[in-house]
Design a protein around this ligand. Structure first.
Ligand SMILES: CC(C)(COP(=O)(O)OP(=O)(O)OC[C@H]1O[C@@H](n2cnc3c(N)ncnc32)[C@H](O)[C@@H]1OP(=O)(O)O)[C@@H](O)C(=O)NCCC(=O)NCCS
Length: 331
């Protein structure tokens, strides 16, 4: 059985997505234009160029989208082509992920395509009278005051510059790209079969990386791109031996301390305080607004209190019946 295709044309309003999609449809694709989803509701509104669309209308649009996608997810035969003007914002990431998941559920080859266009040609296309009739934006300024285009990262993603292409030429180019993908990414019959649970206690690095990449992509729409950067502050003695330090990492606008240690013979001499002062300075320079750590009751909660940390939570009787305190310092 050949694998169905889910094409996703993404581009600013007025880049010709719908016109190109209609051309591609001639080769056996069903078009799911964004306005197929919006217009049942939009056509019931008194739309003008100024009044924003009310939230209750968007709620109904979202319900329609879910119903349509649910239906498409059951179709393992047809080729579909979606079009959207997706920007780098939370709501648009949700739409992108919904369509990607729909494509995956029906076992199709998912091909997201970004359409790009020169500003001059864009101005011409956006003013077309046909657009107004389909409740589309016709004002270039309105398109450009918005944010940048969504920054998706997908192995099948490609960009197509349609400035000098007719809809027919763009369609041809896209279809030949899809063909090349079909041969480079052959259908994997085993992709949706599920094996046994495997326990690994030795080499966990590959699994950790896959899970981390997965959760990072899942979080992205809610948190933006988070970069995690480890850091270490250390002090050595005259023989270059490490005698004290802090290890942790920064992420988003937070810092997390994992380990703090001062060699016993150097304790109570101010090294811990010096390290934590340096930590505050470093974290501020990285734009962090909070430092978080945890410590067991027999370790150093009182030391951290002195360093300006407050208690934010406790796990009682954690390791060997010792309480674990979560603490933080707002910078
Ligand atoms: C906790 C630790 C890092 C502190 O380092 P240090 O170099 O001894 O600390 P400092 O000499 O800079 O002390 C700074 C202040 O904290 C106090 N203090 C230090 N350790 C303390 C502790 N365990 N409990 C309560 N207060 C403490 C000091 O008396 C000093 O107080 P002062 O400013 O009023 O005089 C060090 O004792 C250590 O490595 N402990 C064992 C490992 C550990 O508990 N690590 C933390 C795991 S979460």
């Amino acid at each position: 059985m050949t694998r169905p295709i889910t094409l996703y044309l993404i581009g600013f309003a007025g880049t010709g997505k719908y016109t190109i999609a209609k051309e591609i449809a001639k080769s056996g694709y069903k078009v799911v234009d964004n306005h197929l989803i919006n217009n049942p509701i939009f056509s019931l509104l008194d739309l003008d160029d100024e009044t924003p669309i009310a939230e209750n209308a968007w709620i109904s649009v979202r319900k329609i989208r879910h119903i349509i996608l649910d239906f498409i997810a059951q179709d393992q035969k047809s080729n579909f082509i979606f079009t959207n003007a997706l920007l780098e914002k939370e709501g648009d990431w949700k739409i992108y992920n919904l369509i990607k998941e729909t494509a995956e559920k029906r076992g199709s080859l998912f091909v997201p395509l970004k359409l790009i266009l020169s500003p001059e040609e864009h101005e011409k296309r956006i003013a077309s009278p046909d657009r107004k009739a389909r409740f589309k934006m016709t004002n270039l300024a309105e398109v450009h005051i918005k944010k940048e285009m969504i920054k998706i990262d997908h192995p099948h993603l490609t960009k197509i510059d349609v400035t000098n292409l007719s809809a027919g030429e763009a369609s041809e180019k896209i279809l030949s790209f899809v063909k090349s993908l079909e041969s480079s990414f052959p259908a994997d019959e085993d992709k949706h079969s599920v094996g046994e649970i495997v326990l690994d206690e030795m080499d966990t690095s590959e699994i950790r990386e896959v899970l981390w990449q997965g959760i990072k992509a899942f979080n992205q729409p809610y948190t933006g791109n988070i970069t995690t950067q480890p850091f270490a502050l250390s002090i050595r003695d005259g023989k270059s031996k490490i005698i004290a330090g802090i290890y942790g990492f920064t992420f988003y606008d937070h810092a997390r301390v994992e380990y703090t240690w001062v060699e016993e013979s150097y304790r109570q001499q101010g090294l811990g305080r010096k390290l934590f002062e340096k930590l505050d300075e470093f974290c501020r320079s990285k734009g962090c607004s909070v430092i978080q750590l945890d410590t067991l009751d027999f370790q150093s909660p009182a030391f951290y209190e002195k360093m300006g940390y407050e208690y934010i939570g406790t796990v009682s009787e954690w390791i060997n019946k010792h309480d674990c305190y979560f603490m933080r310092k707002i910078l």
